[in-house]
Design a protein around this ligand. Structure first.
Ligand code: SAM
Ligand code: DTB
Ligand code: SF4
Length: 411
């Protein structure tokens, strides 16, 4: 088999005018704030891509022994190279046109005891949100039918709870919702706060496809955002979900006042779990008035793109979900995210309490750009399928324009 080398940094210096040659093709550790205003100073020169970047680009299977420095090296690669590499790996493991469409429903709004400083549903902040009781099973199934009719293959139900302790009746109802959604031929996901091993098994028995429980940010930044439950408690729930045989959906929020090293920390944590999550949501903070983060400055788009591309490179078989905050992005920005490896969205009337891109808007975007809704069997076969695709693709001779690995990058 031919040896493929993605990057030829020497070539770049040939393309530059002599006055520009002090620019180096590879950067950087940008440990500056990730908001729009701060522009980092140019990094010190270097001439070869980091080994980790090279390894990630060659991958035909996920690995979970990344060091944090390796993830940082990848994250800090110049965006033009990083996104191209991510797109290349994306095509090896996934069909680049297929985007999973998931619709959210808030099944229990507000009144939550936790102090998550971004959340509209915490009872500690005056956000103007009215707390409600849990909705009934039939209203959930009606919403799921509408979502399915509009092309969503996955239905995700969220509840404003810290955990499921002492919620036997609630759990019984959630299980009925899960069974009903599965009976419609859709994937069912829930996000109910922390769950123990027994509750995870019950949800598995009901047919639950995936459980969403976000780590939100790096271990170091986490205590500045939430104090009422720990990072390790989050990891324990993720382990309970995994051990029960349910797909894991865990990711984060960008724009919580963190630095780029916290994006690296979050990605490193999920990339070194015993097995990678099947789904990694990337939320951009939707600032909620009345919360401690309600006046936060928007995360810069390049940080969103860098996070998605890095996640694609170190979690090659995972579905990367462009989640909250997408409705603030113009179509072109969304497309850059899809090109860099994002392959799922939330779509429909609403997120949990905030706005969502609607089905019609998404259909128009999909038609314009040649995207298509991912089918359930593509997600349910999940990571194994993606790895098989990568193995087959990397053993095939390259056809010009096949898109798996750009011909100009093969030596
Ligand atoms: N109460 C459960 C929990 O926290 O585990 C489930 C619901 S919670 C709202 C689901 C996730 O939504 C959070 O972990 C967070 O990542 C995301 N989220 C909540 N509010 C957000 C906001 N204002 N902007 C962006 N993401 C947000
Ligand atoms: C995830 O990572 N993002 C979704 C889903 N998982 C449950 C929730 C986003 C919520 C955005 C804020 C709101 O609507 O309240
Ligand atoms: Fe409660 Fe979840 Fe909101 Fe935190 S994110 S306050 S646990 S609903």
């Amino acid at each position: 088999m031919t040896q493929r080398v993605l990057l030829r940094p020497i070539g770049l210096s040939r393309l530059l005018a002599p006055t520009q040659r002090h620019c180096r093709p590879f950067s950087t550790v940008l440990d500056t704030p990730v908001h729009a205003t701060a522009q980092p100073a140019p990094p010190p020169p270097s001439s070869t891509p980091p080994a980790a970047f090279h390894d990630a680009v060659q991958a035909t299977a996920p690995r979970n022994n990344w060091t944090r420095d390796e993830v940082a090296d990848i994250y800090n690669t110049p965006l033009i190279e990083l996104t191209y590499a991510a797109a290349t790996v994306h095509r090896r493991f996934h069909s680049p046109a297929a985007i999973q469409m998931c619709t959210l429903m808030n099944i229990k709004t507000g009144g939550c005891s936790e102090d998550c400083s971004y959340c509209a549903q915490s009872s500690r902040y005056d956000t103007g949100l009215k707390a409600t009781k849990m909705v009934n099973v039939e209203s959930v199934l009606e919403a799921a039918r509408i979502a399915k009719a509009n092309g969503s293959s996955r239905f995700c139900m969220g509840a404003a709870w810290r955990d499921m302790r002492g919620r036997k009746t609630n759990l019984r109802n959630v299980k009925e919702m899960v069974k009903g959604v599965r009976a419609l031929g859709m994937e069912a996901c829930v996000t109910l706060g922390m769950i123990d091993a027994e509750q995870a098994k019950e949800l598995k028995t009901a047919g639950l496809t995936a459980y969403n429980h976000n780590l939100d940010t790096s271990r170091e930044h986490y205590p500045s955002v939430i104090t009422t439950r720990t990072y390790d408690e989050r990891l324990a729930t993720i382990k309970n979900v995994r051990d029960a045989g349910i797909n894991v959906c865990t990711g984060g929020i960008l724009g919580l006042g963190e630095k780029s090293k916290d994006h690296v920390g979050l990605i490193h944590t999920v990339a070194t779990l015993p097995s990678h999550p099947e789904s990694f949501p990337v939320n951009a903070l939707v600032p909620i008035k009345g919360t401690p983060l309600g006046e936060s400055q928007a995360i810069s788009f390049d940080a969103v793109l860098r996070t998605i591309a890095t996640a694609r490179l170190v979690l090659p078989a995972t579905i990367i979900r462009l989640a909250a905050g997408r409705h603030t992005m113009r179509e072109e920005k969304q497309m850059m995210c899809f090109m860099a490896g994002a392959n799922a969205v939330f779509t429909g009337e609403k997120m949990l309490t905030t706005a969502c891109n609607g089905w019609e808007e998404d259909k128009a975007m999909f038609d314009k750009w040649g995207l298509r809704p991912m089918e359930s069997h593509e997600t349910l076969q999940g990571q194994e399928e993606a790895v098989e695709k990568a193995e087959v693709d990397s053993s095939l001779p390259e056809a010009p324009g096949s898109g798996t690995q750009p011909a100009s990058l093969t030596v």
